[in-house]
Design a protein around this ligand. Sequence first.
Ligand code: F6P
Ligand code: E4P
Length: 937
Amino acid sequence: MPSTNTVLALADLGQSVWLDTLSRGLLEGGELARLIALGVTGVTSNPTIFEKAIAQGHDYDADIAALVEEGKGVQEIYDALTLEDVRRAADLLRPVYDRSDGRDGYASLEVSPLLAYDTAGTIQEARRLFYSLGRPNVMIKVPATAAGIPAIRDLIADGINVNVTLIFSRHTYRAVMEAYLEGLERRRSQGQAIDRVASVASFFVSRVDTLVDRLLAERGASQDLAGRAAVANAKLAYRDFRAVFASPRFQALAAAGAMIQRPLWASTGTKNPAYSDLLYVDNLIGPDTINTLPLPTLEALLDHGHPARTLDADLDEAARTLDRLEAAGIDLEAVAAQLLDEGVDQFAASYHALIRALGLQRSRVAHRLQADRYNLGSYEPAFRETLRRFAEEEVVSRLYRKDPALWSADPAVQAQVAGALGWLDVPAWSRQHLPAIRALARDLQREGYTDVVLMGMGGSSLVSDVLAHSFPDGALRLTVLDSTDPGWIRALAARLDPARTLFIVASKSGTTTEALAFYRYFWQRVRDAGLDPGPHFVAITDPGTPLEAEAGRQNFRRVFLNPVDIGGRYSALSLFGVVPGTLMGVDMEGLLGRAEEMRERCRLPDPATNPGVLLGVAMGVLARAGRDKVTLAFPSRMGIMADWIEQLLAESTGKNGTGFVPVAHEPLADPADYGDDRLFVTYRWLGHPDPDLESHLAALEALGHPVIRLTIADRYGLGAEFYRWEVATALGGRILGINAFDQPNVQESKDNTARMLAALAEEGQLPVPHPHASDALMTATVGYPPVPSGTRLTVTDALAHLLRLVQPGDYVALMAYLAPTAEHWSALEQLREVILRRWRVATTVGFGPRFLHSTGQLHKGGSDHGVFLQLVTPPAPEAPAVPGQPYDFASLITAQGLGDFEALTHHHRRVLRLTLTGDPTVGLAELARTVAALPLS
Ligand SMILES: O=P(O)(O)OC[C@H]1O[C@](O)(CO)[C@@H](O)[C@@H]1O
Ligand SMILES: O=C[C@H](O)[C@H](O)COP(=O)(O)O
């Protein structure tokens, strides 16, 4: 009796029809069950299929929300959703599997495409998926890459069902069949059963025609070859299959129960609308095969398919077609290699897009579950009143119209501000540059690069620090160089292999002394290693800077030009963040996507629902009420972000005798030890509660301190946070009445440094002032207030002279011109803790010269509440020279310390300079002891 539909007719001809799609809708709407009833006997999925199903609809929303509430991460959500769909499909297919005695009835799930070049990773992941699915009728898809083939062999030997995917070439197909046979043989030799190990080989079809047709057109070859390569290639592959599985070698395995590895025609949806919609169905029908069809192709088959055995017909014609293609200059192996690379890339792109979409959804749910909370206590009325005023003055729409009058009525200031608001729109601009930067990243990986070193200061480097710390799993290691400490530079140079390192010189102005010194030093190192330095250097700068010109002269590998209307500290989401992030392998598209979402929220005209406005107004109102110490009490995962925020707040607002004083990384003290000059800001990181921090903040709240709790869902949320803080800083600055886009007091220290270095060049030594006191571990030089000349002091006296001036509302800043090591940091932290506990004032710590491009502006330009302790070492002997300059790094860092000391003294800021003459860590420990014993007046 003839079959009742074409799917069953194909089954009569020995071909199974599978469905090449899967989604929750198909499962829940009963469509898959209906198709199985019609004769469909399997299901295949891939990352693109899941991306369409999950990211482009709402069928999964409820599940996603539930998983977020359980605290699941993005990867876990992806896993849960895809495993669930495949599990359910397998269950629907189970009767087919049982009926066919394990020959048919499978659902396939692909391993992450990110593992396509990693054999061990693929094996581990395939095992995990197979055992989590816990059903015999599932197959794990493994790509036929060079790394995938040995994994296929090992997985078969393990007894795991494998669907080999992304096969385009007959050569590769033979290696796939070989891997299957070897796997079975190994399993059998280990005495294990082989009759239930199933495998199919997914031979891709339509994509071959797509590429070959394009190549034919490019070569102007005869068009009668168009649309014929794929079927011919598949037919000859089928002939190879027949030969291998008829061989005595396989027959021996078959005698032990082995199943053949059926070819599965994949990619059978017609892509060229000029061709028949059943081109890759009607022509590929034959026994022992499978054709997996997307829904429209399956419908076409049911509607007008021609069930007839075609696969082994006209083989000579197929061979002739391939010969003619060769004669036309089409190398099918090269085509296959390209398609394999592109196939992996496309699946990886879909996978990333899905992960990104899930991340976004997760962060939305997270914000619903855990909204930002502003507990401003008695400041609430002033806060609400200012929000109301912001609404009345239409601040948000003026911000996005880039109205400089928000910050100043002075036309000259307005002109400068108008040229500094490009950051408001930069995420979308940056996104366009991603493909080119990704191409560079791929080249670097192919060329064997292992390291990227970003050389720059302040806003040009801090974003890289955030990325390097938050994404330590990048393909390349990113290191930030922003210290002129000679030992630090030498240690970095010793660690790097110049042949495998890319150096990024990042400087908006293209004139920053430190960045240029690093560049000259490492250029010379690369040259000394016998290499041509140009290909190892990249610049990020503004158009027209001296750095752009230098990079051109020296043939840098690339120069990335950033928009001129973005200042350093507002540049995180521009090329200054996007280039290093992409090169190290961060999904910057994900990060920018979150930034764009935050941008949308920051455009909301109602200030009371606008996350940027809320934060800016809270900081502004509280600072004006005397609570200007913005204490960033962050959980450890956000710690590094505090450094970036510190720079943004301090350099943007610390001027005209006012400003926010960011307090980052301060150890937690007894709640009673905090003055009434604080505003606390914290983050709650979804799925990672920090009960100690939370109870500390609750205690502070109980004492009447204002606390802001912001929420972040995952590390891609950092993109949103960069944007939120930029808006908040700009608008908070408006409340303080300052221009948040200049840094008038930074120049002074720079000028002083230049003068010191000129003196060194002329007189052979730096004009180091004579110390007022010294002991075995350090010397002390009083800056301001001065001591009467001739006064005899001890180091303890000098410290007492400074610290007895500390008043409530002050902050003590430790400014250490030392290598930024963990050891120095912890010694400084101890000193800081003593000061915080005993004087009950806010404390800050910065390494020089980095902080000069951060809190340095606030120190000199902000309110006179700073008390400064400068910590330096004597210039190190035999420091590395700065090529092309008459000084070395030791003189540079010394001159920088002196220059700032002079600037602070000149501004009558309370300041003392201590030179640690021995081991700095020992000196700092002693200092902490001395400070702990000083009397409190
Ligand atoms: O990117 P540039 O021009 O090298 O500047 C680096 C840093 O120096 C400053 O201009 C001054 O400290 C910062 O604003 C800036 O982030
Ligand atoms: O297993 C199925 C394949 O992943 C699928 O057929 C690919 O088809 P496409 O080329 O239409 O993406």
